[in-house]
Design a protein around this ligand. Sequence first.
Ligand code: SAM
Length: 279
Amino acid sequence: MNLQESYLDLVVKTVRGFSPIPEYAQLDVDRTNLAKEHVKKLRSDFKGKQSGNIMVDMAISMGSSMLTKTWKKLNPVALTMCGDESINQLKEALATIYREDIPGDFIEAGVWRGGLPVIMKSYAHTQNDLNRKIYIADSFQGLPQDCSDPKDKAANLLLTPIQNLSTSRELIENALEYFNLMDDNIIFLEGWFKDTLHKIEADQFSLVRLDGDYYESTHDSIVELYPKLSVGGYLIVDDYNLPLGCKRAINEYRKKHHITEEIIKINKQAVYWRKEREL
Ligand SMILES: C[S@@+](CC[C@H](N)C(=O)[O-])C[C@H]1O[C@@H](n2cnc3c(N)ncnc32)[C@H](O)[C@@H]1O
């Protein structure tokens, strides 16, 4: 590993909350009791009736195990819930953007604790790139409650005990300071995507990462951001294959704009494609 690779590797390990001490290699919290309590509440709310949603019904019938498995991705000290495959794909995309000189800034819409923008910025540092802006878009209030897709509504029901993934801008600012990565080219877009993304000054992106899970969140972000993605740039969709509204929003947008670029699988949930032509 050369110095640049070691630096990035260290950033990624820290972002993921890893420790060199084997028994703390990836810190975990036991959320079994929280999950048990929540399943008890759901059972009492639905009183033996079907909820109308397969996810909620599964959580009710399987007990706490399904919820604890879903929440396990939320390491208490990690800055991202993404794993190896997604992070490696992000690094490969960044490497290609620099190698092929694809113009445009980077954006993640839906950052949770900001781990991926930290990796984007540290990657830019390894390239001595002080010009490219990194946009960080999030409500910092978690997932929206006024969603319309039944699958998203069900997800909201299952995520209430963990505050629907809400974080804070301050937490991400502190993280960027911690890595010495905070500067004027870090741009926060705080609020709901429908209110913030159309105000972006950037006219070109080379990498757009969508991670807002739900139908409206994905729709609102792809509508604003895809037209600004450079040809050769990457559109990454973290939640495409999750049982949520994300896939429908992406498929509708692709159909409407006759987008035929091949969708490439990253892991069980995430996909990407590279833009081959303007809309
Ligand atoms: C699954 S998390 C993102 C995970 C993150 N990319 C990571 O690396 O761990 C989804 C995030 O999207 C945000 N979000 C979802 N819909 C939104 C919307 N319509 N407007 C603003 N933020 C939204 C939530 O607040 C949450 O932080």
